[in-house]
Ligand binder design. Structure first.
Ligand code: MEV
Length: 330
């Protein structure tokens, strides 16, 4: 049975530790945060799959395998909507139906900034279309479908972004063992600073691959250090030890800097946060621009926020959320 319209949403994320090295099988620690992407879907009669992104001002439709743009740049629209079409096709396949759909997405998550906006959008589309068509989709199914879409967007993703967008909370993620929720007993006061420099995850991941290819022995040691940082961070999270967590963030950033995924805009904001009293700061996500995060004691967090803003970052205080993908209204 098909109902009128369904809205679903999924959260943004920050990777606290382990990005990039997670692509090579090392663990990462990731938190879902209180900014969400939304997808609203409705059935349409003409058999088209019509996509609109309110935050990117793009729209267009797929008909008989062809894409036609209606609003915005055709290449950009196709790039954004193709992964979402893959999501819709997978759900349609499961449902056995062949229907036209209006899919409207809107995201409060900065795009191409390392906060997982593409994965959150894909997860919310998967959940909304499944609910609309009455297809039973457990969170594992939504994760798997969003992961397929991420492969189109980013090439060789680890799966960490769709996992946290689907399950929410705080996760330790590793490619071969999957993910497990981690208990975070303390508050984690985090400032997120967006450099405003857009970048592609695919390009940053390829940059790291180049370093690995040219210096395989050194890279092996860097992987081991990245793993140790995550394991020590897990212990520090259990103890609620913000000093240790901050120091580990600084160490993690040094590794990411070493493999070439930081840039001037990130260094600028990271230094500003450290000078203002952050216990630690690092880039988060793919780097090359995008976002940084800074950890600070609660009484210092306001100062750190101000310092990142004064340094030119679009900054906000992030709160962990336990809500993964969910139906908002059906
Ligand atoms: C992107 O948010 C995180 C990376 O580690 C890539 C991935 O894990 O797929 C850079």
């Amino acid at each position: 049975m098909i109902c009128m319209g369904v809205t679903a949403s999924a959260p943004a994320k920050v990777i606290m530790f382990g990005e990039h090295f997670v692509v090579y099988g090392e663990p990462a620690i990731v938190l879902a945060i209180d900014k969400r992407a939304y997808a609203r879907v409705e059935q349409r009669k003409d058999g088209k799959l019509f996509f609109r992104s309110l935050n990117l001002s793009l729209s267009g439709y797929f008909e008989n395998g062809n894409f036609k743009v209606e609003e915005g740049d055709a290449r950009e629209a196709r790039l954004r909507f193709e992964p979402l079409k893959c999501v819709v096709d997978k759900v349609l396949e499961k449902s056995g139906e062949r229907v036209g759909l209006d899919i409207e997405v809107n995201s409060a998550i900065p795009v191409a900034a390392g906060l997982g906006s593409s994965a959150a959008t894909a997860a919310s589309v998967a959940a909304a279309v499944s609910a609309l068509l009455g297809v039973k989709a457990a969170k594992e199914d939504v994760f798997r479908i969003a992961f397929e879409a991420e492969k189109i967007t980013h090439g060789t993703p680890s799966g960490v972004d769709p996992a946290i967008a689907t399950f929410g909370g705080a996760l330790m993620f590793q490619m071969d063992t999957g993910f497990r929720p981690i208990e975070v007993k303390c508050e984690i006061p985090l400032v997120v600073g967006d450099t405003g420099v857009n970048r592609s995850t695919r390009v940053q991941v390829m940059k790291v691959r180049g370093v690995m290819d040219r210096h395989p022995h050194i890279f092996r040691f860097m992987r081991e250090i990245a793993r140790e940082i995550v394991l020590e961070a897990l212990e520090a999270l259990k103890r609620g030890d913000l000093e240790a967590l901050g120091e580990l963030m600084n160490l993690n950033h040094a590794l990411l800097y070493g493999v070439g995924v930081s840039d001037e805009s990130l260094e600028w904001l990271i230094n500003a946060a450290r000078k203002a009293g952050a216990t630690g700061a690092k880039l988060t996500g793919a780097g090359g621009g995008g976002c940084m995060i800074a950890l600070a004691e609660s009484e210092r967090i306001g100062k750190v926020l101000e310092a990142v803003q004064t340094a030119g970052g679009r900054a906000f205080i992030a709160k962990k959320t336990d809500e993964g993908v969910k139906i908002e209204q059906g």
